[in-house]
Design a protein around this ligand. Structure first.
Ligand code: 13P
Length: 251
């Protein structure tokens, strides 16, 4: 069965000390341990330290924002999936639009990264989402369908069962312009339908699909009330423990 999940993508923000203070506050505010699964995704140098603050075996998990496609080797400045697993990461975000846009990550590269992450035992959070131009040209479904087919649907059923999908319309990321709950629901239902076609109806029902893009403490409840929205991938609002906690408690 799919589970509700809220992931905080800290992106390239905060110092180590600020990151530790933030996670301590998140742990304190969520000590009850009820509610959805929660993933915090700090920058690489914070991972081990932030992970040590998370109670073992609870609902708070550690995730990374990216990984390299190769297992190891002469790739100066890069980080391998098994390194992430070795510092306690359970999840890794792959295919974020910022990686696709600013670092030239293609569907082909992402399919390799997915394999590398899965081989290291990580659960990928795989992002898809259209630009404003694509939406205005009425090509959103074609575009998302293509991203899923080229980047994700090469996985076996067993591999795919480890994946969380995140729908993040580029025009909503960091802009304060959230998708309406109806816009999110429509794309989420489409994604679930594509999963059913590529795998089967049960796989579609079991897949957690997150919404991301200016989700915040005010709009999370409305977004999460949609039948195919299983949680959120949160950027800016995940940097404030109180707001992030409100979002976590919005189911
Ligand atoms: P914002 O919540 O800041 O719009 O960012 C969303 C996002 O890109 C999460 O990965």
């Amino acid at each position: 069965m799919r589970q509700n999940l809220v992931a905080g993508n800290w992106k390239m923000n905060l110092t180590y000390q600020e990151g530790l203070a933030l996670v301590e506050e998140i742990v304190r505010l969520n000590a009850a341990g009820t509610g959805p699964e929660v993933v915090v995704c700090p920058p690489f140098p914070f991972l081990a330290g932030v992970g040590e603050k998370l109670p073992q075996g609870g609902k708070l998990h550690l995730g990374a924002q990216n990984c390299h496609q190769k297992e190891s080797g002469a790739f100066t400045g890069e980080v391998a999936a098994k390194m992430l697993a070795s510092v306690g990461c359970e999840y890794v975000i792959l295919g974020h639009s910022e990686r696709r846009q600013y670092f030239g990550e293609t569907d082909e590269l992402l399919s390799q990264k997915l394999k590398a992450a899965l081989a290291a035992g990580l659960k990928p959070i795989f992002c898809v989402g259209e630009s404003l131009d694509t939406r205005e040209a009425d090509e959103t479904f074609d575009f998302i369908g293509q991203q899923l087919a080229a980047g994700l649907f090469h996985l076996s059923n067993e591999e795919f069962a480890q994946v969380t999908v995140a729908y993040e319309p580029i025009w909503a990321i960091g802009t304060g312009r959230t998708a309406t709950s109806a816009q999110a629901q429509e794309v989420h239902a489409f994604i679930r339908e594509q999963i059913a076609r590529a795998y089967d109806a049960q796989a579609a029902l079991d897949t957690t699909i997150l919404y991301g893009g200016s989700a915040n403490a005010q709009n999370a409840r409305e977004l999460f009330s949609q039948p195919d929205v299983d949680g959120g991938l949160i950027g800016g609002a995940s940097l404030k423990a109180a707001d992030f906690t409100t979002i976590i408690q919005s189911f």
